[in-house]
Design a protein around this ligand. Sequence first.
Ligand code: PLP
Length: 383
Amino acid sequence: MLAERMKRLGTETAFEVLARAKAMEAKGREIIHLEIGEPDFDTPRNIIDAAIKALNGGYTHYVPSAGLPDVRKVFAEFITRDRGVEVKPENIVVTPGAKPILFFSILALVDEGDEVIYPNPGFPIYESVINFVGAKPVPIPLREEKAFSFDLEELRGLVNEKTKLMIINSPQNPTGGVLTAADMKGIAELADKYDAWILSDEVYSKMVYEGKHVSIYDYPEVKDRTILLEGHSKTYAMTGWRLGYGIMPVALADQIAKLQTNSNSCTASFTQMAGVEALTGPQDESRKMMAEFKARRDLIVDGLNKIDGFTCLKPKGSFYVFPNITGTGMKSKQLEEHLLEKAGVAGLSGTSFGKYGEGYLRFSYANSQENIKKALEKIKEVL
Ligand code: PLP
């Protein structure tokens, strides 16, 4: 018999749809993958070379749980430069991907019965882990009419003395929406008023196509109650390397490092060295990727708006579009299945990201322009 808590653990359906699409491919079907959230580009050469050099140089052993001291220093310098707020190496915990910081932060901060506010539709791991620890998930709906930011008034109605943590994510998965400076300021003020923590998931911070990234560190007065989440997966096409990091108060960093000791021990040291090269080496490849993502975004948004039953906002960030599909007369899950079976196009039902995702689909445009064009044609054909 499994432990009771396992009933409360959710998952990411993206991996299930991917498995199903792969099984169809194995049977000879041609599938266009717009379901999985990872850049289709290869990791830039200079980063791979740095990892090889590190492996040859003996970076093959256990290292401190919070990360190699020199790596924490480089990451801290990067955040200080990038966000304009002074961060020390002791504030940084390096983890295998950004995900463990989410998991560990909720484990370290949230007790059973506490309330946690999180975006819905949103990255499904938030709701999953909140439920897992026995806390009360309090979704803040992201609405299309607000360009998938949220209504600060609505948020004010949800925060109270029991709110232990507010999770925010900008640029956002799955909608591509971004928080405005006014939203961020409102969140910071509410956290202060109710003595709540903020987990600001900024893993898409470099994927902003219009305007400037608004970071929770634009409001440094809440730094002592904030975990800023960053990672290399998306910006540097390093999903499989597993490299992320959190920036947080030192006392919390020590606890998160202890959770790391109890689970992963540490992040692979050669991966950490590759991560240093990513932040300090040439940025041309990453810039090229962003320019290509922008062109693809424009292509897919224009194409979707020409399909009967679809309307699609132009998202300002990340590499997802979240078209409204209510005009097709189908439910989101039904349309996800219809498109996979009939058109060979793998996308995700908006409900994979929570109940407020009904009426939408998520497409990741981490695929070539050629394939995006082909997918658009196929979707049109089967509708
Ligand atoms: N946060 C968000 C919003 C994401 O979309 C993802 C990945 O899809 C992650 C965190 C996790 O990233 P990583 O691969 O670095 O664990």
